[in-house]
Design a binder for this molecule. Structure first.
Ligand code: ADE
Ligand code: ZN
Length: 323
């Protein structure tokens, strides 16, 4: 089994329907059944609808134990697939909407990471993530709280949500707060918007990684800029096909980006929504892009090198990759 690592995973988006249902029951909540598909998947029609279904499922998370269980469940499952490291995006705004404080949801995620390390030898770190369509002020607030309640496991700051409706430059202040506190920064860009979205992100935000960034392939000058600035792309091929960023793997630019000298990595994004797993993403790279074992290990290595984890832990993890 190839050793794996993952940089782009929305923790709330990792909840499979069975766990949503279990947690809902524990909290005396009823989840609308029209959000569930067959075989542990969700039903949604397009990107904006996906975001709404994601909000409905996340709505069951009501206390630290829910966050602990969600974190442990994902890390334990993905460790069975050969993963040694997951960087998890967590949304304090989703917690707040359910009456869970920043400190409480953080405590749950931290406990989940510790429990998973004890039982499954996998390491985890947190990227506090704001939601662009909740607005600039809310994003600044997430950045301020991240700095206020900084914990050694919080290593990064990120932003997801409606990319087309909310371009990145207006969020510069939120990123500045996180960056000045020493956090690594990443942002979703070049997923629902073309290369101009990535240009704006790397021009106005202190990012060393881009979530997705796949549409950078449309602009050779941008590819050169990504290369020159050593920016790593968090590529999620299964997500891109499910959300119809590309019609099929044959037209997906993973291999072309790599050939252009841009650092690429493999992640799942929101696995049950896109009917994927980390194993499947590595299998996609093998079957559709011809990656051999060395190229797959290169993806793992790229992930660890671009991760926001501390240097000592990174070296320990890289030693496990064995190349
Ligand atoms: N939030 C969760 N998944 C996302 C994605 N793929 N793009 C933007 N925001 C998200
Ligand atoms: Zn994402």
């Amino acid at each position: 089994m190839v050793v794996k690592a993952e940089l782009h995973l929305h923790l709330e988006g990792s909840l499979p329907p069975s766990l949503v249902t279990k947690i809902a029951k524990r909290n005396g909540l009823v989840v609308p059944s029209d959000i569930f598909g067959e075989n542990e998947t969700f039903l949604w029609a397009d990107f904006l609808h996906f975001l709404k279904v994601y909000d409905k499922a996340s709505f069951v998370l009501r206390n630290a134990e829910d966050y602990r269980e969600m974190t442990y469940d994902y890390l334990a499952r993905t460790a069975q697939m050969g993963s040694i490291y997951t960087e998890m995006m967590v949304s304090p705004d989703h917690a707040a909407l359910c009456g869970v404080s920043f400190e409480e949801h953080l405590a749950g995620v931290v406990q989940g990471i510790d429990d998973a390390r004890r039982d499954h030898s996998i390491e985890g770190r947190i990227i506090m993530t704001c939601v662009r369509h909740f607005g600039v002020e809310k994003c600044i607030n997430v950045a301020k709280n991240t700095v206020k309640y900084l914990h050694p496991y919080i290593v990064g700051f990120g932003m997801g949500g409606d990319e087309a409706g909310f371009p990145p430059a207006q969020f510069a202040k939120a990123y500045q707060i996180a960056h000045e506190a020493g956090l690594g920064c990443t942002v979703h860009a070049g997923e629902m918007v073309g290369p101009e979205g990535v240009w704006e992100a790397i021009t106005h935000l202190p990012v060393t990684r881009i979530g997705h960034g796949v549409r950078s392939i449309e602009d050779p000058n941008l590819l050169a800029a990504l290369r020159d600035r050593d920016i790593t792309l968090e590529v999620c091929p299964g997500s891109n096909i499910a959300l119809r960023v590309y019609p099929n793997f044959a037209s997906h630019p993973l291999q072309k980006l790599r050939d252009a000298g841009v650092k690429v990595t493999l992640s799942t994004d929101d696995p049950p929504y896109f009917d994927t797993t980390l194993t499947r993403e590595y299998a996609i790279a093998k079957e559709h892009f011809g990656f051999g074992e060395n190229e797959l290990l290169e993806m793992t290595r790229n992930s660890l090198e671009a991760s926001f984890v501390d240097a000592v832990t990174r070296e320990k993890l890289l030693a496990k990759v064995g190349i």
